[in-house]
Write a protein that binds this ligand. Structure first.
Ligand code: HEC
Length: 146
């Protein structure tokens, strides 16, 4: 019995290694075009511009208790959050961009995690964190004067 388990565990570990080896180089070796990273502008428009954004979708869905809708919008928000950091801003220091986009990736992921847990308070908190982050990043990295 014990041996069976050990064999299963070894097989699982081996499987994980094979997966890691086959998946990871695929992602890193692929060029950016193949990966299709949305632009900064696309990410900003989807999440933040107008009345029908990923943020308002999450908020409305949580309010209505439609967690699946909230999770779906939050997942896109969080994927875009990672993609933002893969872009290069037209303006500002690289180190600042790295810090600010990392924070954006973390707070958008926090929204996704909170909706996964169906935690309305945590979702609101994470959304507020994103709401507080716009100005600093725009001042440092968005085109002049805004
Ligand atoms: C980590 C950096 C960062 C954060 C955080 C951020 N933005 Fe942006 N945003 C940018 C940059 C850079 C641009 C300029 C994009 C360009 O023109 O290429 C931009 C552009 C925009 C635009 C203009 C899009 C267009 O071209 O029409 C809007 C609207 C916008 N952001 C809204 C927001 C709001 C609202 C928040 C906060 C809830 C926010 N952004 C947070 C970096 C950020």
């Amino acid at each position: 019995m014990a041996q069976k388990w050990i064999r299963a565990a070894l097989l699982a570990a081996f499987g994980a290694v094979v997966l890691a080896v086959s998946v990871v180089p695929g992602v890193t070796a692929q060029d950016k075009k193949a990966e299709k990273i949305p632009s900064i502008k696309q990410i900003m428009l989807a999440a933040h511009k107008g009345d029908d954004t990923l943020i308002t979708k999450v908020k409305a869905a949580v309010k209505d208790g439609k967690w699946e809708d909230a999770q779906k919008a939050a997942k896109t928000l969080s994927e875009n959050g990672v993609a933002l950091g893969k872009n290069k801003p037209k303006r500002g220091e690289t180190s600042s961009w790295e810090t600010l986009t990392k924070a954006y990736a973390e707070s958008t992921k926090a929204v996704a995690d909170a909706t996964e847990k169906k935690d309305a308070d945590a979702t609101t908190k994470a959304l507020d964190t994103i709401g507080d982050s716009c100005k600093a990043c725009h001042q440092a990295h968005r085109g002049k004067g805004k």
